[in-house]
Design a protein around this ligand. Structure first.
Ligand code: GRF
Length: 211
């Protein structure tokens, strides 16, 4: 049997996307394994989800380090020990600098609850509602130093309904996230996602069975 595709997941919160990854690709009989979950907060509920699934966890706190570069170097050392094929930011709420990202080129992905480049940042759903857009959505993208600025891998639109609250829209966006993130991890594991070496914002997805 070939060795599994090794995934490290970084979280900061509830970890519903982590749970979906655990329930789908991790235990799904696929050659994909979540080898460690790292949280930026000690009280992240997602840590318990990982422990329940028998996945090793760790916490890396900014407050234990003098600055972000030092935190990112320590985080990168820890992640590198796991020899990850992919690092998934699943609700990781802390900016990663080049100190971390340069160690894992084209191997760090993030999910964001909007159709980027619309509504980057922490309040994408509230801003979409305030703006009155008819459609928003979900983006899974490569991570670059510019926050929410890396090229998209998959995007899926979500309709904003008249009378939507932040809660109702979030619930529909979450459903899409929970489908899209495992899909991208599978595509990456199958080696079907390619970033153009020259035009770095162009991402191609080759044909296959698991889209
Ligand atoms: C998701 O909505 C994601 O888009 C945002 O943070 C949320 C994480 O949710 N970046 P969870 O921790 O996976 O439940």
């Amino acid at each position: 049997m070939s060795s599994p595709f090794r995934v490290v997941v970084l979280i900061s919160g509830t970890g519903t996307n982590l749970q979906r990854l655990i329930d789908t690709v991790h235990v799904g009989g696929e050659p994909i394994e979540i080898v460690r979950v790292v949280s930026s907060r000690e009280d992240a509920a997602g840590l318990q989800r990982a422990e329940d699934a028998g996945i090793p966890t760790a916490v890396v706190l900014q407050s234990d380090h003098p600055d972000r570069a030092a935190r990112d170097a320590a985080l990168a050392d820890m992640v590198e020990e796991e020899r990850p094929d992919l690092v998934v930011l699943a609700g990781w709420m802390s900016i990663l600098t080049g100190t971390f990202l340069d160690r894992f080129p084209d191997r760090v992905i993030n999910l964001h609850p909007s159709m980027l480049p619309a509504f980057p940042g922490m309040h994408a759903i509230e801003e979409a509602l305030a703006w009155g857009v008819r459609w928003t959505g979900v983006t899974v993208h490569f991570v670059e130093e510019q926050v929410d600025g890396g090229p998209p891998i998959l995007q899926e639109p979500v309709e904003v309904l008249y009378g939507d609250s932040a809660e109702s829209l979030t619930a529909r966006i979450r459903e899409v996230e929970h489908r899209l993130v495992p899909r991208v991890v599978r595509l990456m594991a199958e080696g079907r996602v390619q970033r153009d070496p020259v035009h770095r914002r162009r991402v191609s997805i080759s044909e296959g069975t698991s889209q």
